[in-house]
Design a protein around this ligand. Structure first.
Ligand code: MN
Length: 205
């Protein structure tokens, strides 16, 4: 018999919620909202951007070292990471240095998304199916990013883990002249930079 597994088991097992200010999955989020996407800038041992999509009650997650691009000719590496709870989408703060993912996190962009494959292919493809097929196409409505984005699973790397690519789709929101990762570094929630959040948290002592 197949047991239904807890999709957040990895998230829980990597963290000590008495030590990290990150949300514990036991906290309930508001139901019935639109499906959310969030991109968190995370100044861990390597600075990266965590791209997360709400799928079936959790946030499917990828770490994107260079962050998203608005240029369709740029393919950005996206490394899958563990599912996160929905309430993580509003997390900004400092994870203690000796904890998993230690470093400062801000919400770099947040909004809602639509499943473009479902719209194009007649409602046949759910997000869970698109994820397991390794071919996701979504329409983002965020504060910084908008329009179509594709997440495509490619080959496995040397450690045997799948790599994905995050690519801006060609539409009227594509703009090779923009570089929002560089020009719009501040939080989409609070307007603070990652350095300001780090300083404010440090001053709380
Ligand atoms: Mn991260």
């Amino acid at each position: 018999m197949i047991k239904k597994t807890d999709p957040l088991q990895a998230y829980r097992s990597l963290r000590d919620f008495r030590k990290t200010p990150e949300p514990s999955p036991e906290e309930k989020s508001a139901p019935g909202e639109d499906r959310i996407f969030v991109i968190q800038k995370h100044d861990a041992s390597n600075l990266h951007y965590d791209f997360r999509l709400e799928v079936d009650g959790v946030l499917k997650s990828w770490a994107v070292p260079k962050g998203p691009s608005t240029d369709p000719s740029e393919k950005r590496l996206a490394v899958p990471t563990e599912d996160h709870p929905l309430e993580y989408a509003d997390f900004e703060g400092v994870i203690p240095a000796d904890e998993y993912g230690g470093g400062t996190v801000i919400v770099w962009d947040k909004g809602t998304y639509r499943n473009l494959r479902q719209e194009k292919e007649g409602g046949a493809v759910t997000m869970a199916e698109a994820f397991s097929e390794g071919k996701i196409e979504i329409f983002l409505e965020g504060k910084k990013l908008a329009g179509g984005y594709a997440l495509i699973r490619t080959a496995k790397d040397r450690s045997g883990k799948f790599r994905w690519l995050l690519i801006k789709m060609k539409d009227d929101k594509a703009d090779p002249g923009r570089n929002p990762v560089m020009t719009e570094p501040e939080s989409a929630l609070t307007g603070r930079t990652i350095e300001e959040v780090a300083r404010e948290e440090a001053s709380k002592g």
